[in-house]
Design a binder for this molecule. Structure first.
Ligand SMILES: [Zn+2]
Length: 323
């Protein structure tokens, strides 16, 4: 019973602290918007420099949070969505031509070899174009993440590690595995788009034929499908940037002997996770990740859950790392 009371007190304290934090943030944000003079950095820094922990531990220091290069994620998603739009328009023209074509009078004509061949040609062409995107953007994303991580590690760990030692963290087997997995996931996201899209369009064509609902119903379907895919590509591109960035930084920090981080909850999700909110300001060990999903009991670090925007603020322990 007593531990229960203590937990409630702790949560209440944390709640009021978070309230003060967010009130302070809003004030600063408003002040910044009104003056238009203060650089954006000052707002972020004034909050980052405050120790987020309830109890400060002697001999330790909490670094500012490391940020992902979200701009590259936005550029990547824009490039994907632009190709997706062109592909959708081409498919729409093809379908419209089919509807108008004097050769396609019956359902049977629409599944003729000629029509199927046209769809296949279109598919092959677009698979090549998406493959070109996949050859370009995942690499750019990784390069951007690594250079931002370099800059932030060099700045944060100045008094702590040599630049050479920080650079050496890029050449560990674990780091290579992280980058390899990240690249594969990103390539898969891009290359799967046309295959999945055209596969579904073909299914819809067949459905329209078998149910007799008419091929003209396919045009609204295409629009809806395009919008859904575009939203999804945008969401996944940004989510990947966040995840890979958090993983790269966590892996490098661990190679340098950093064992702990403070969890910083970042809102803005449609359904903010209560669990993540409750972790905010608490210290965790990299080798003992907490549960990040109440339903599946999966464990992980900030950014690992789908759509999670939480961040980590590494804790430098001078007594341990100096030894
Ligand atoms: Zn989160």
């Amino acid at each position: 019973m007593r531990s229960y009371d203590r937990e409630i007190k702790r949560l209440q304290a944390e709640n009021s602290r978070l309230k003060v934090d967010s009130r302070r943030y809003r004030q600063l944000h408003r002040a910044q918007r009104q003056t238009h003079k203060a650089p954006e950095r000052s707002v972020v820094q004034s909050i980052e420099l405050v120790d987020p922990r309830c109890r400060v531990v002697a001999g330790t220091k909490v670094l500012p949070e490391f940020t992902p290069p979200l701009l590259i994620g936005q550029q990547m998603s824009r490039a994907i969505v632009s190709e997706l739009r062109s592909m959708t328009m081409e498919i729409r023209e093809l379908l419209k031509a089919l509807v108008r074509s004097p050769n396609v009078k019956s359902a049977q004509d629409a599944i003729s070899d000629d029509v199927q061949q046209k769809l296949r040609d279109l598919g092959n062409r677009w698979e090549k174009r998406f493959a070109a995107l996949a050859a370009k953007w995942p690499k750019r994303m990784i390069d951007g993440i690594v250079s931002q991580s370099n800059a932030q590690l060099n700045m944060g760990l100045e008094e702590f590690a040599e630049r050479a030692a920080i650079q050496a963290t890029m050449n560990t087997p674990r780091m290579r595995a992280v980058l390899e997995a990240a690249t594969q996931a990103s390539v898969a996201l891009i290359t799967r788009i046309p295959e999945k899209f055209l596969g579904d369009v073909q299914t819809q064509v067949l459905n329209a034929i078998t149910t007799g609902s008419g091929l003209d119903k396919l045009v609204p379907y295409l629009t809806k499908r395009y919008e859904g895919d575009a939203r999804h590509a945008h969401f996944v591109a940004l989510d990947q940037i966040r995840k890979v960035s958090e993983s790269v930084n966590a892996t490098r920090l661990q190679s340098l002997g950093v064992e702990e981080y403070v969890w910083i909850h970042v809102g803005g999700e449609k359904y903010p996770r209560k669990l993540h909110q409750s972790y905010s300001g608490r210290t965790f060990r990299y080798d003992k990740p907490p549960i990040i999903d109440e339903r599946t009991k999966v464990r992980g670090k900030p950014g690992d859950a789908i759509g999670c925007r939480c961040r980590q603020r590494p804790v430098l322990n001078f007594t341990k790392i100096g030894a």
